[in-house]
Ligand binder design. Structure first.
Ligand SMILES: [Cu+2]
Length: 240
């Protein structure tokens, strides 16, 4: 008896909601997802020796694997920036949450990220050594800040779209990060399994670009129906 009463209420609420929201009135958000793969033999990741800086060396006594080519044995490519290059219309509110960029173990984390124009980029130094964060955009103002203390934070913004903005450390030549700056929120970065998902897209036809720092960029045309899921996969070839 009790369970019957419990079950009745949500069903009634759903029925009421269905009456209040006529089907087809609202534009449901669509999704584009897929995978980035490599059609050659996965290269061995380079080991970065950090003995030039005792603090970095201590954090990575056996060196650290480089992140420029993170490709699994079965060909999944990580750190690919995937975004809508063409087809987005309208104004998109700048997210209030900052994009986080950490300097930890003398590496940037994450290596690849996306930000919206005007969105705060919060840069943190988690290391007990000096980092000098040097952003090299062409469309926005460059910045170049020494961050000598552990726990130090600075906030920056990019003022114009640009794929990609390179960030380097003037102290540690192996440190590199890339930020894709867009005037909309439709972007993602592939994970270790090569997959990505861009959510919240209105129905439409889009050009999706996948960018990798060594393997280049490629595009795919995708049509997303109202509230539907579409897919775009990208296959990268070894650079000749
Ligand atoms: Cu550094």
């Amino acid at each position: 008896m009790t369970s019957l009463v419990k079950n009745t209420i949500p069903v009634a609420a759903l029925a009421l909601a269905a009456l209040l929201i006529p089907a087809g009135d609202a534009c449901a958000a669509g999704t584009v997802s897929g995978k980035a793969t490599f059609d050659g033999t996965a290269p061995t990741r380079r080991t970065i020796k950090m003995s030039a800086d005792p603090a970095c060396d201590k954090a990575n006594p056996n060196g650290r694997q480089g992140e420029a080519m993170v490709i699994s044995a079965d060909g999944a490519v990580a750190n690919v920036f995937v975004y809508v290059k063409e087809g987005v219309s309208g104004q998109h509110e700048t997210p209030k949450a900052p994009v986080m960029l950490d300097q930890a173990g003398c590496m940037y984390s994450p290596r690849v990220s996306g930000a919206q124009v005007g969105q705060t980029i919060q840069i943190l130094n988690s290391d007990t050594t000096l980092h000098n964060v040097h952003a090299l955009p062409k469309a926005s103002k460059q910045f170049n800040n020494a961050m000598p203390m552990k726990g130090m934070k600075i906030k920056k913004r990019f003022t114009a779209p640009e794929v990609m903005v390179r960030i380097k450390c003037d102290v540690h030549p192996w440190m590199a990060a890339y930020v894709g700056v867009l005037d909309h929120p439709f972007h993602a970065v592939t994970g270790a399994d090569g997959s990505y998902s861009i959510d919240g897209l209105p129905a439409g036809t889009y050009t999706i670009e996948a960018w990798h720092e060594r393997l280049g960029a490629q595009t795919s045309a995708v049509t997303v129906a109202d509230g539907a899921a579409a897919s775009a996969n990208f296959s990268f070839s070894p650079k000749k």
